[in-house]
Ligand binder design. Structure first.
Ligand code: CTP
Ligand code: MG
Length: 168
């Protein structure tokens, strides 16, 4: 029972790992010019806000794709290279869309939007990867269930390490 559960977690994390790497990298390597150029929409609020930068986006896609490449080497399969890139791109596009929605809801940059902050990126990662490969429904559900916990845990660690100003 426990063995089966651990195996399920392991398979889920191994599959979605490039998206996690893509999502975490900007916290360390992000900064600089905002992707939206500081522009605002008619509602007077930023398109994405200053927390979404060009460098963070690029670094996330590159690091996540590199993780996919590493998985490809381990698994001896080319598909992981492409999957890694799609999962990473999807994660960052999903993250951007999340910020877009937050700004429209008048939630300032860096303030929490529960659920959206934790699983928005992973849903988009799966959507982007789906033309190439979708894991089983069981694995998808596992990913959706454990990602919020992993996200909150790693953010708390990043906060304790002084990489983030907020623990979420
Ligand atoms: N980051 C970045 N570029 C991105 C995504 C993130 O530079 N494309 C960096 C920013 O320094 C950001 C940090 O990673 O502050 C944490 O990311 P996130 O929590 O997604 O952004 P928030 O600052 O919370 O902004 P938002 O409210 O828009 O989610
Ligand atoms: Mg945030």
């Amino acid at each position: 029972m426990l063995n089966g559960l651990l195996q399920l977690f392991g398979t889920a994390i191994w599959f979605i790992l490039p998206a996690y790497v893509a999502n975490a990298t900007p916290v360390i390597l992000g900064g600089g010019s905002p992707l939206d150029g500081g522009k605002k929409l008619k509602d007077g609020r930023p398109i994405f806000g200053p927390g979404k930068t060009i460098r963070g986006f690029m670094a996330g896609v590159i690091a996540g794709s590199a993780m996919g490449g590493l998985e490809g080497v381990v698994e001896q399969s080319h598909i992981y290279f492409l999957l890694g890139f799609l999962l990473s791109l999807g994660a960052l596009v999903g993250d951007l869309l999340g910020s877009f929605i937050k700004r429209r809801l008048n939630i300032p940059r860096g303030r929490p939007a529960p659920i959206l902050d934790q699983i928005g990126f992973v849903v988009f990662a799966l959507v982007f990867a789906s033309p190439v490969m979708l894991p089983s429904g069981e694995i998808i559900l596992t990913i959706l269930a454990i990602t919020p916990l992993i996200h909150l845990g790693t953010n708390l660690i990043a906060y304790k390490l002084g990489l983030k100003d907020r623990p979420y």
